[in-house]
Design a binder for this molecule. Sequence first.
Ligand code: DP6
Length: 342
Amino acid sequence: MSEKSQKKPSYKGSAISPPNIAFSKYWGKTNHELVLPANDSISMTLGSIYSHTTVEFSPQYDQDLVEIGDQNHSPQPVAGSKKTRVTTHLARFRKLASIELKAKVVSQNNFPLGAGIASSASAFSALTAACIAALGLQVSKKRQSILTRLAGSGSATRSVFGGFVRWQKGRESNQSYAYQLFPADYWALADVVLVISNQEKKFSSLQGHSASAQSSLTNARVRQTKLDNQGLEQALAQKNFAALGKIIEKQMYLLHAVAMTSNPAILYWQPGTVWVLQQVQRLRQQGVQVYATLDAGPNPHLIVEQVNAHRVIEYFKNSQYVQDYFCCPVGRGTRFTSKHLF
Ligand code: DP6
């Protein structure tokens, strides 16, 4: 490893990082351990919501401690697989910096967990940056996105950058990283997230990625995604919202078609999901430019030009299916902060 650790007196660092919503989807890997995706994906980084994480490597800890909180709960200790994902990443950084100190991690999200916003993208990009800051590692943004990818949440790779971002799949670890296509202020789009269900999903993305290999539609999806990425870049370059939206929606249906035809078959949709997808078609017939996408869950993300966000929110907010909603503008990527949580 080329990073030099310029050790600070305190091994403490903090970072803030946003989630993102994929316009073209990452669903399936060519290498599970290295988190190499089957295809490139393009996303929009979300503004106003984030994970704020502080990491401290210190002799005062005899084991790694991990606490996570959200909008409604102050940080609480976590155990099991949630903790293991974090401690595995801490071990990676200990090796990089040639230290053996155990660490305490506190992560606070300013949005509710399990509300349809992928907290793992913001959480693992913030954790990675907080470790980099704590250990004084000198890394490029590209290297930061690679280290973030290795945390296991592939989508987190894209959160390192703001605006509109592409994650190139790469054939090996050093070639699989994200980069910015257009900055956050390039185009005033918004993501209106409708919370249909805040139940923990039955199949994690991890299971979904593995199961996708069993779907006979996977190869077709991967082939189509290559073309769709070209289309998305073109639509972004031309600020052609209808062209962009059509691809975004198609990509969502392709992902879910693969999930539904995987082994095991994974159905993330709920009655409210289908209802919203139908209403989105109806709204378009009425002349409102709105397109839907979903990640690995039932909660629709409605992509609109910001000027239309209000109309879309008014339409959906009192529906029997919608428990809550968030409206996120395009946001900045991961940033370091001197504000520590403990
Ligand atoms: C459907 O492996 O990044 O959101 O760790 O649960 O965030 P988590 O999943 P990850 O897969 C994300 C899959 C997706 C599509 C996407 O974001 O590209």
